[in-house]
Write a protein of this length. Structure first.
Length: 318
């Protein structure tokens, strides 16, 4: 087996930006080997070919979250992505690099993250211990089982990739975003924290604005699973004395899904939609379905699955 590290020429098509010129594409050719990360490729372009190229990078080991960008349309950390892996995945030595979506570009691959940080700080991302602990009269201890649950959500590195990929952030200004929810739940579920009610007021309405598209789950470089944090936050709805139109709609939706599965073993989407939004609330969409010839699918009556009683036992927790 040869120990020689063979090189391959690639073309990086980078979406440049400046406030004066706007956006344009520029290509750079360079040779890379199987160990070359995109941060290294960008560094070589900047030092050897074009010193005007701007990008963020710091740790080069997927810890600082600085180098988020889109590589062949995928939100990724440049330092965690090998150039030849993308060549192999897409079958082409031409690779596009763009700034993250949603955020306003500042210069080339650098984006303005002020909006992201404002969302993160809204959830009060630190522990608020009791007065006794602050005075040194007591100490907080965290059980191993609590630590195991919190650990995943504490791994967020504030890279912004999940927010850049999230359609709900773009469509709903009241949705805090997946990263903020992951960080918020990390402290909401911490038994040492003392502002649970305040946190629920911040998080609960926003949690019901998530559409469960799982884009945050797919792009997170640290496997934080923000969507799981959002689901767990929603679980506080019954015990929290907090309500809003969005929360009430979400509760109706959950109850309608439970009822549909209990009745047939399936999710009858038309029935769930009607139960959630009511006849008047569903009227506009029903007119659209009628005009498009799809209303007949909404009127299909689902037959119960075999052994439906077994499904019902599971739902009853038996």
């Amino acid at each position: 087996m040869s120990l020689q590290n063979e090189e391959q020429e690639v073309i990086l098509r980078i979406k440049r930006f400046s406030p004066e010129k706007g956006s344009w594409w520029q290509e750079y050719k360079l040779k890379v080997d199987r160990f070359t990360q995109f941060t290294e490729a960008l560094r070589r372009i900047k030092t050897e070919q074009d010193p005007t190229l701007a990008y963020r990078a710091s740790c080069h080991m997927a810890v600082c979250g600085s180098c988020g960008m889109k590589i062949n349309g995928e939100p990724r950390l440049a330092c965690k992505t090998l150039v030849l892996d993308m060549v192999k995945k897409y079958g082409s030595n031409v690779i596009t690099i763009e700034p993250m979506d949603y955020f306003k570009p500042v210069k080339d691959l650098i984006v303005d993250l002020d909006d992201f940080y404002q969302r993160m700080y809204k959830v009060k991302p630190r522990l608020y211990p009791s007065e006794e602990v602050l005075k040194g009269e007591a100490e907080h201890r965290l059980k191993p089982e609590d630590q195991r649950m919190l650990w995943k959500f504490a791994q967020c590195i504030w890279c912004g990739l999940c927010v850049s990929a999230c359609p709900s952030v773009r469509n709903d200004p009241d949705f805090l975003g997946p990263a903020a929810h992951a960080k918020g739940f990390r402290f909401l579920a911490d038994p040492r924290d003392t502002i649970t009610e305040e946190r629920l007021k911040i998080l609960l309405d926003s949690a019901w604005r998530c559409t469960y598209c799982y884009m945050c789950y797919n792009v997170c470089p640290r496997d934080v699973e923000p969507v799981t944090a959002i689901k767990k936050t929603r679980a506080y709805t019954k015990s929290a004395n907090i309500t809003s139109p969005v929360i009430e709609t979400g509760k109706k939706h959950s109850e309608a899904i439970f009822a549909s599965i209990y009745e047939t073993g399936k999710i009858d989407e038309a029935k769930v939609y009607l139960s959630t939004y009511g006849v008047l609330g569903s009227l506009r969409d029903m007119i659209f379905l009628l005009q498009s010839g799809k209303l007949k699918y909404a009127l299909v009556k689902e037959k119960p699955v075999e052994n439906i009683n077994e499904v019902r036992k599971v739902l009853r927790g038996e």
